[in-house]
Design a protein around this ligand. Structure first.
Ligand code: NCD
Length: 318
């Protein structure tokens, strides 16, 4: 794994939340909170990254994450270029790095990279010039660090603490980079219990999510939870695996109003989106009073502003 800190210990890249301390995570959340505005208010504007150029390199479909990275960079005064490349097919060749070096020559200071294959953001981070930063916007099933941060920020805004909380992550955990990054953030921030809930075929291997409580029964998994994070069935990552029937999945693992009553009365619901209504979540629950899903989207821009402002060095310093 490419180191993501500089010699002085400051964060240079954000590739994973694994290994970040509670203090580092809290500093990022505090900084993000400063950029949060209430619904209807004008977005925050800053010149913190004036003169900086950010390149978004996305090889997987993305709406929220790409748009929110773009808005985050622009609201900090940076210039943004968006490129659609086929990084995966070239990950082992030099041509992908040639593209990166070309962009570096054009004075790109930060790369935001999403790729279906694990390893691409780290590989780029290992090769860029010392003043250049790399941010992962989702790497295979391995990591989605800004999503983990925005999930933690949303929980902190609604619950005002992490200690004592029971968090249930429900659905396709095995293929989920969102679950992995949430697990790294929330265990470090000190939640009382983290549960992974889903059919046995979608739970992670035994060597992962250590310390998490596993449930294959959704009722048991939801009981007395403070936070319920629902995940999408990621069919695109299930090559060669048995495909699940959406209606049957909803019957056994869909979040309905009746099932939600098993959680604490003030439990909140998270979902990274895109949502499959009627597959992992009922529409009335997704749009209901306990849903914090729109808060997550709003917090996504604030978190990405905080991360960009933290990692990108302005001026001549490297
Ligand atoms: C997630 C992703 O791409 O990992 N979406 C997102 O970033 N908001 C989750 C998903 O695709 O199901």
């Amino acid at each position: 794994m490419t180191a993501q800190t500089r010699a002085d210990g400051s964060l240079r890249h954000l590739l994973t939340l694994e290994g970040l301390s509670s203090r580092e995570l809290t500093q990022l959340l505090d900084r993000a909170q400063e950029y949060v505005r209430p619904p209807g208010a004008r977005a925050p504007v800053s010149r913190a990254l004036a003169g900086v150029t950010v390149a978004n390199l996305f090889t997987e479909p993305s709406t929220r994450t790409r748009v929110s990275f773009e808005l985050a960079a622009k609201r900090l005064g940076a210039e943004v270029v968006n490129l659609e490349l086929q990084l995966s097919s070239r990950v082992k060749g030099e041509s992908m790095l040639d593209t990166i070096f070309t962009l570096e020559a054009l004075h790109v200071d930060a790369f935001v990279i999403r790729d279906a294959e694990a390893g691409v953001p780290g590989l780029v981070a290992a090769h860029v010039a010392p003043h250049v930063s790399v941010l992962s916007a989702g790497e295979g099933s391995a990591a989605h660090p800004t999503q983990g941060l925005l999930d933690a920020l949303t929980i902190r805004q609604r619950k005002h603490r992490f200690d004592g909380l029971v968090v249930a992550i429900v659905g396709d955990i095995r293929h989920s980079r969102v679950a992995r990054s949430a697990c790294h953030a929330l265990t470090t921030l000190g939640v009382a219990e983290l549960r992974v809930v889903g059919p046995a075929s979608l739970l992670p291997g035994d060597d992962e999510f250590r310390g998490c409580v596993r449930h294959t029964d959704i009722e048991a998994g939801l009981r007395d939870a403070d936070v319920v994070m629902m995940l999408r069935i990621q069919r695109e990552r299930m090559e060669g695996e048995a495909q699940l029937d959406g209606a049957a999945y909803f019957d056994s693992f869909g979040l309905t109003a009746a099932r939600l009553r098993l959680a604490k009365p003030d439990a909140i619901i998270l979902h990274p989106q895109p949502m499959n209504r009627g597959v992992e979540i009922a529409s009335d629950v997704a749009d209901g009073p306990q849903s914090a899903i729109r808060d997550q989207v709003r917090n996504g821009v604030a978190v990405r502003m905080a991360v960009l402002a933290t990692v990108v060095r302005t001026g001549d310093s490297t």
